[in-house]
Design a protein around this ligand. Sequence first.
Ligand SMILES: [Zn+2]
Length: 294
Amino acid sequence: MNNFLEVWKTLMLFGGIAIIVAGLVYYLLYFFRLSIIPDFKSKYDFINTSEIAWLKRVFLIVGIGVAFLINTYASETIKEMGAWFFVRFFFGVAGATLIAYIAALVLDYWYPTKINSKLRKWRYMPRINPKTGDKMKLLSEDEEDVHLDAGMIAEENVFSIDYDVWIDEKTKEVKIEKYPGHLTALRCNNCGFYTMRVVKEEIVEKYEDGSPKELLKNYQCSYCKNKRATQFNISTKEADDYKNIKPKSTKSPRNVELVKIEIRAGHKGNKFYEFQSIEEAQAFLEAFDFDKLA
Ligand SMILES: [Zn+2]
């Protein structure tokens, strides 16, 4: 039995170190993977879709390595097999779970704020025209509309999709990039744009005490005006209170460079939104609805 404990200790020690090293290599692999993506928009998309899931896997691997190392604890002092072995094994599993779980919580709730600044970096880094090598200029919300078609503008107006328009001022070449907007809208079956939004809600069924039970949501596409209605069960959530808050402004809107809105949403965390004008921020608050948060 002593022999088994010796083998076990060696396995756990070197296995644990190897797994932790593998986790670190996997972590570095992420940055290598990111660095070989040539264009900025693709880097943005890769970070946006992969970074959090990738880091979760890193912590899971490291957690398993730590579990191995926990299984070497006190192996110098206790030489006889016993129940302690299984207790220690359990602590190893618990340690791995704790590391992976806490990392997942941090990555889900705290990390998105951090990742946003990375995303902004790649989103606003000046694009290079591949043909001429010249820097392109990002158009403002007001300037870009002439380069977008009506459906794209409708999507921007309901904040479901955000388009960035880059222009090469010498050659007038245009590059349009598509980003997820702040609010979700449904895809219209008729025109295909993400412009289907709730226009009217009516209560169609009530409980005996008069409180609402079922709701009929009437959707209309803000682009092609196509209509749809869907029935929902009522949630008890009251989250509309923020809708009427108007952004405070004493300055003339012309001097406004940026409007930042922070919405504190309890367990859903804080959300930050940025707009180029007060009008845009106001329109966003008008359209704001917790159920539509992207
Ligand atoms: Zn439509």
